[in-house]
Every structure is written in structure tokens, then in C-alpha cells.
Design a protein around this ligand. Structure first.
Ligand code: SF4
Ligand code: SF4
Length: 500
């Protein structure tokens, strides 16, 4: 278990390449018939794109290629001029404005190597033209010298001083709810193992607590949602954090859905449902219409598990500040705000884009209201719904959150394509959002765990670099510091400011 009193040793990075024969890349490296296998391109390329097996030059690792602007320029080094570099036509068909092709490939790169890409991929922002993508990080002129590797990235999850255990995590990130049924057991276990290695948490979602995750109890958040699927006293008692899901930002007011296609015998057993029948977790909790009702829910958990912290996950309605304050007075340790851009491809687009408030608007409203009420230091405020990169994480903490929850970023680390077929039984070509045994076998648990470990290693390195450049020695010093942000449209940073 992590504690900031002891030195923290981050998990080991291991190169974990794609599990498919042809990885997506930005460029393709062609060799013409003029190639005489001299192998000079192999010595020229420090990224290992060009390869030889015996005396033959074999298919290159194109996906690592830097393209025609590459300073190593194997295409010039080749005496036969046999190398032609072209843009991969598949590249522009990948992703969407939120997860651009650059963001997808750079996340794949971080998950493979544990490093920030140096290949010219835009790994910081997407292409939505709003929200995070219009916010810039502004670096002040500071004489304070901070060594990036020494910046403290840990956060506290229990600030209520109610006699329950202190829970600290070494990175300001934990994994959001993805249920057994909505994702494969391999995806679920990959996330749990990565959370355990990082000393943080991952949430079960509302589909129950498969036996396979029991070895990771200390790093599991179990969720209670309106359908009460798989909710058992025994599993509530196993964990250190229990989460009530009142709503999710991708589809507030619509509840949860698991279509019949994905309700296999194992899923049905876990959820006490009928194989092949669609399952709906209705909105709202009909047992909660006031703060007093809310308190009864929280008291139920606190009585069932005397050491657990309680998190309350809500979406972002216009009165989200009242919801947050009510949750604090009801006894919640963590208020988890879920904004509108999250959710898997199973969440309907019309809901994602039109109902909840974007997280970048909700967090400062709640943060300021909690400060005005004098209770900000008693609540841990966690944000989710569209946090794709370490830059998004820095921005949302500067807007007032303490930390973030990720979901899609973990899936992209596991090579999700953002194809939006997650709701269908055999729709996920990557074996992530599926319960079909043939597709589940496409992904090994160890591979998935290591990719997520690598991703968060890269994120932490970048978070430490940014905080050190800001002159901060801890991520906790960044909370609510909007002076580190500028908006492209409304507020220009000083002309001489260093901006990213
Ligand atoms: S262009 Fe650069 S990165 Fe690409 S194969 Fe040649 S040397 Fe390697
Ligand atoms: S690759 Fe799988 S998890 Fe990703 S969007 Fe497609 S169906 Fe969903």
C-alpha cells in the first residue's frame, strides 16, 4: 500500500509493442527494387525502423518512422536511393476530433515505451476546437529550481478526518468504472494489475466483482449503481473505496445499458440475470431524493465496511455545486464529477454531446463553491470525462480538481481504435469491450497491464516536467491555480510568457 512517508518505487517499464502484425503509423517506408540489401538504412535509423534478418532487409517497423522531415534521413543515406517515405493513407481515417490520429498514435507510443513521443506527434491536445483544446498552460518566469524527478505527484483521498484510514495514491489518477460485461475480463484484470503496480485504484463499474479480481482487493473500487447488479455485502467489505454511481457524464438521465449480445452465461451469473437479455440500470436511484436520503446510502456503506472511503460519482448538471456540497454533508470522502465527453463507444453520441456540462466548466464551479463554503480542504474532488493526456490532467487540476479518473485513455493504451462498436457482442475488433470468448483471447492480461503501467509512467514524467517548470514541488500546489492557464479566445498570456 502506498504511503508518502515511504520512498515510492515506480513500477518497471518494459517495452510492450503492438500485439498485431501491422501497427498503425503515420508513415509507410517503401523499398524499391533498387534495394541491394546493403543495410545502410539500418545504421542510419536510430529508431529501429529498418531491420535485417540474415542477409535480407525485412519489412520495416514503419509505425515508428518520423517521416520525410526526419533528421536521420535514411532515404538520403541509401546509396541506391531505394527508400521512399509516404504518409500512411490509413492515418487520416483514424479517431475523431476528440481523439485525433496523433493522440491515438502518441498514446500507443507511450503505452509501448513508457516515454513521451519525440516523433512530432501532437500528444498534448486534440482537435475539438473547444474546452481543453483551447486552454494553454502558461509558465511563469521563476527562479525556483525544481528537479522534475523530485516533484511529488501523490494525492490524499481521505480528507474528512473521520477516523477512517488515510488513503494516498502516488499519481493523481485512478481508473474509472468499466464493468464485467461491458469490457472483457482481460481488460478488467489488466487495469486492476496496473492499478496495483502503481499503488492506485481501478473501479469495477456496476457489473459485480469477478473472483479473478480478488487478489487486487486493496486496489479495487467497487461500484453501486441503480441496477444493483452484482452488489453483495461480501464484496463491499473487501475493498478500501466504495463508489455510488448516481449518474455518468456521457449519458446523464439515461442510466446504464448492457445489450443482450454481451450477456453471456458468466456475465448473467455475476449480475443474477438471464443470458442474452438486455440489462438496464435505470435512472435515478429511486431511494434518493434528498441529502438526507443520500446520507442513508452513505451510512449503509459505512456501516457495512468500517474502513472504506465512500466516493460519489455524479454527472454535471447546472446545479452540480449543490450536489457536491450535499455529498460532503452526507459524508462522502470523494466527490467524483463526470463530465460529458467520457464513456465508451456504447454511450449514444446525442447524449454525450448534448446533456451534461463539460468537465472544464463544472470543476471550477464546484471548486469555488466548496472554497466559499469553507469545506474545500475536507473533500477530494476528482474529475473525469475527457481527460486524455497529461496536459488535460494539469489543466483540470489548475481549474480546481485534486486528481482525475481515466477510462478511454486506458482503453487506447490497450489499442482501442475509437471505432464506437463497444455495445455490440462481436463489435470490438481489439478484444477490449467484448465478452465473446474468441475476441477476449485476442488480448493477454500481462500485455494489457504493462501497456497501462507504461502509459502512466510517461504521464507522470510529463506531469513532473510541467510542474517543475511551473516552479511547483507538488501537484497539490496546483489545485485551483488558474493563473497557470490561458484561453486561446478570451485571455491571452503575456507576450513574453512561455506557453504550451
Ligand atoms: S525516415 Fe528516419 S525514422 Fe524513418 S526509417 Fe528513415 S531514418 Fe528511420
Ligand atoms: S476498439 Fe473496441 S473498445 Fe475501442 S471503440 Fe472499438 S469497440 Fe470500443
Amino acid at each position: 500500500m502506498y504511503s508518502s512517508d515511504k520512498p515510492f518505487i515506480p513500477p518497471q517499464v518494459r517495452e510492450t509493442p503492438t500485439r498485431f502484425r501491422n501497427a498503425f503509423g503515420k508513415y509507410r517506408v517503401h523499398r524499391t527494387d533498387a534495394c541491394n540489401a546493403s543495410g545502410q538504412c539500418i545504421s542510419a535509423c536510430k529508431l529501429g525502423v529498418n531491420k535485417k534478418a540474415g542477409s535480407r532487409v525485412v519489412s520495416p517497423n514503419d509505425y515508428r518512422c518520423l517521416g520525410p522531415e526526419c533528421p536521420m534521413a535514411c532515404f538520403d543515406t541509401c546509396p541506391q536511393k531505394a527508400i521512399v517515405i509516404r504518409k500512411d493513407p490509413n492515418f487520416d481515417t483514424l479517431g475523431d476530433y476528440r481523439w485525433t490520429p496523433d493522440l491515438l498514435l502518441s498514446t500507443y507510443y507511450m503505452a509501448e515505451t513508457g516515454k513521451i513521443p519525440d516523433s512530432g506527434l501532437e500528444y498534448r491536445t486534440g482537435g475539438t476546437g473547444g474546452g481543453f483544446d483551447k486552454l494553454r498552460i502558461v509558465f511563469p518566469k521563476t527562479s525556483k529550481k525544481i528537479i522534475p524527478g523530485e516533484v511529488d505527484t501523490s494525492i490524499r483521498l481521505n480528507r474528512l478526518d473521520d477516523g477512517r484510514p488515510e488513503v494516498e495514491i502516488p499519481i493523481p489518477v485512478y481508473g474509472g468504472g468499466m464493468s464485467f460485461g461491458s469490457v472483457s475480463i482481460s481488460a478488467m484484470l489488466g487495469r486492476m494489475r496496473a492499478a496495483a503496480a502503481w499503488g492506485t485504484f481501478a473501479c469495477t463499474g456496476e457489473g459485480g466483482y469477478p473472483d479473478e479480481i480478488k487478489p487486487y482487493d486493496d486496489h479495487v473500487i467497487t461500484q453501486i449503481a441503480t441496477g444493483l447488479f452484482g452488489v453483495r455485502e461480501e464484496t463491499i467489505q473487501r475493498v478500501r473505496i466504495v463508489e455510488f454511481k448516481y449518474a455518468q457524464g456521457a449519458k446523464p438521465g439515461l442510466g446504464g445499458h448492457l445489450l443482450g449480445d454481451k450477456v453471456t452465461p458468466a456475465v448473467a451469473r455475476m449480475r443474477e440475470a438471464v443470458v442474452g437479455s438486455s440489462l438496464f440500470s435505470p435512472f435515478p436511484f429511486h431511494s434518493v431524493y434528498s441529502v438526507e436520503d443520500h446520507k442513508k446510502h452513505i451510512d449503509w456503506i459505512k456501516t457495512t465496511n468500517r474502513r472504506a472511503l465512500v466516493s460519489v460519482k455524479v454527472s454535471t448538471p447546472t446545479d452540480v455545486d449543490m450536489v457536491a456540497v450535499g455529498s460532503y454533508y452526507a459524508g462522502a470522502h470523494i466527490v467524483h464529477l463526470d463530465g460529458s465527453y467520457g464513456g465508451t463507444g456504447a454511450a449514444p453520441d446525442i447524449a454525450k454531446k448534448n446533456i451534461a456540462m463539460p468537465i472544464e466548466y463544472a470543476v471550477p464551479i464546484v471548486h469555488r463553491f466548496l472554497v466559499a463554503e469553507g469545506i474545500r480542504d475536507k473533500v477530494t474532488l476528482i474529475a473525469s470525462g475527457g481527460v486524455r493526456t497529461p496536459h488535460d490532467l494539469i489543466k483540470i487540476i489548475a481549474l480546481g480538481a485534486d486528481g482525475v479518473v481515466t477510462g478511454t485513455a486506458d482503453m487506447v493504451a490497450m489499442e482501442c481504435l475509437r471505432c464506437h462498436n463497444c455495445e455490440s457482442g462481436r463489435g470490438c475488433a481489439r478484444g477490449i469491450a467484448t465478452t465473446d470468448t474468441e475476441l477476449v483471447n485476442l488480448m493477454e492480461i500481462e500485455w494489457a497491464a504493462q501497456r497501462i503501467i507504461n502509459l502512466f509512467t510517461a504521464w507522470r514524467t510529463e506531469i513532473q516536467r510541467i510542474l517543475a517548470k511551473m516552479g511547483l514541488s507538488s501537484v497539490r500546489e496546483l489545485v485551483g491555480r488558474t493563473e497557470f492557464l490561458a484561453h486561446d479566445d478570451y485571455q491571452t498570456a503575456p507576450l513574453d510568457a512561455d506557453v504550451e
